[in-house]
Write a protein that binds this ligand. Structure first.
Ligand code: HEC
Length: 151
């Protein structure tokens, strides 16, 4: 009896071992991480974007109490017509811009504002890092036209 019981236990543990081996073999290798620079804005890190926005805050405000400063408030920026914030005195380069802000044209603009809008009063050299721009977009996109944060 004892011999049979030992044999059964031995067989069972052998089976368990081989099952583990099979599992180990069939587990696929971890997928390589996607390069950060190619991440779409939806994957942007809004908290990191808020830190980038520190470079804009001297001139631009966001949020429910945002007011005109050196530059116009940036609430609800995406989908807003360029140069259209009420009561902001834009330079001629902006008044003649015929475009609506979207992710693609914002990316081009923020890399080099003076090239896109010659004569602009926005004194800012531009952001070169694509990940920083992606994160900044994720941050700005949180604010609707009233400055409320939307999820
Ligand atoms: C030194 C002040 C200053 C800084 C810093 C600055 N801006 Fe501006 N920005 C302006 C001014 C002034 C305008 C209006 C430009 C004009 O009329 O020539 C403007 C315009 C804009 C516009 C166009 C708004 C519209 O209503 O069409 C966007 C978008 C913008 N800025 C984004 C940014 C972002 C993002 C940053 C930070 C990364 C930034 N700016 C940093 C002063 C600034």
């Amino acid at each position: 009896m004892a011999f049979i019981r030992r044999t059964i236990i031995a067989t069972a543990s052998a089976l368990a071992l081989s099952a583990t081996a099979v599992l180990a073999q069939t587990t696929p290798p971890a997928a390589p991480a996607a390069p950060a620079a190619a991440a779409p804005a939806e994957g942007g890190d809004a908290a990191a974007g808020e830190r980038i926005f520190a470079q804009c805050r001297a001139c631009h405000q966001v949020g429910p109490t945002a007011r005109v400063g050196v530059g116009p408030p940036l609430n609800g920026l995406f989908g807003r017509k360029a140069g259209s914030f009420p009561n902001f005195n834009y330079s001629p380069a902006y008044r003649s811009l015929d475009k609506t802000w979207d992710e693609a044209n914002f990316r081009v603009y923020i890399r080099n504002p003076r090239e896109v809008t010659p004569g602009t009063r926005m004194v800012f050299n531009g952001l070169r890092d694509e990940t920083q721009i992606t994160n900044l977009i994720a941050y700005l996109k949180q604010f609707n036209a009233e400055g409320q944060r939307t999820p």
